[in-house]
Design a protein around this ligand. Structure first.
Ligand SMILES: [Zn+2]
Length: 148
């Protein structure tokens, strides 16, 4: 990413910033179209490209900034792609969860109806016919009375 250094791109921000040509053009356009008219000339007057050689500390710090920025730009597309996949997966999760909640409510209702049916007089009579143990709705523990 090629940058140039500009002074006072904002009135109260950092006094010197590295910006691409595109970023610079966007800022100038933003000032010309969006900032109050009374401020525009003063803002534009303070913005200037700095081409003078930088003091050594600034030069070293800028080199590190550019290296870190390049690494950030290299990593960002993968982050964006993963985030888009996450959003898609999240939407699928919400849809699946809604379907599951509907199914779960129906299943719970059916399960409750099943318990009512097997403990109804008809269910109890059927138990006596197919099993014949001491179980009853009043005494549901089939090991009741067993020394444990
Ligand atoms: Zn039984």
């Amino acid at each position: 990413m090629k940058t140039k250094l500009y002074t006072h791109l904002g009135h109260d921000g950092p006094w010197l910033l590295p910006k691409t040509d595109e970023e610079y053009d966007e800022r100038i356009s933003f000032i010309k179209t969006t900032k109050p008219e009374v401020e525009r000339a003063a803002r534009l007057c303070l913005i200037a490209e700095v081409t003078a050689p930088l003091p050594s500390t600034l030069q070293k710090t800028l080199a590190a900034w550019q290296k870190a920025r390049a690494a950030w730009e290299k990593a960002d597309p993968a982050r964006q792609k993963a985030y888009a996949a996450l959003q898609k997966a999240y939407a699928a999760l919400q849809k699946a969860r809604a379907a599951w909640q509907k199914a779960d409510a129906a299943w719970q209702k059916a399960d409750a109806a099943w318990l009512v049916a097997i403990n109804s007089p008809e269910g109890v009579a059927f138990h006596a016919k197919v099993c014949g143990c001491s179980w009853s709705p009043e005494h549901p523990d089939t090991l009741e009375g067993l020394a444990r």
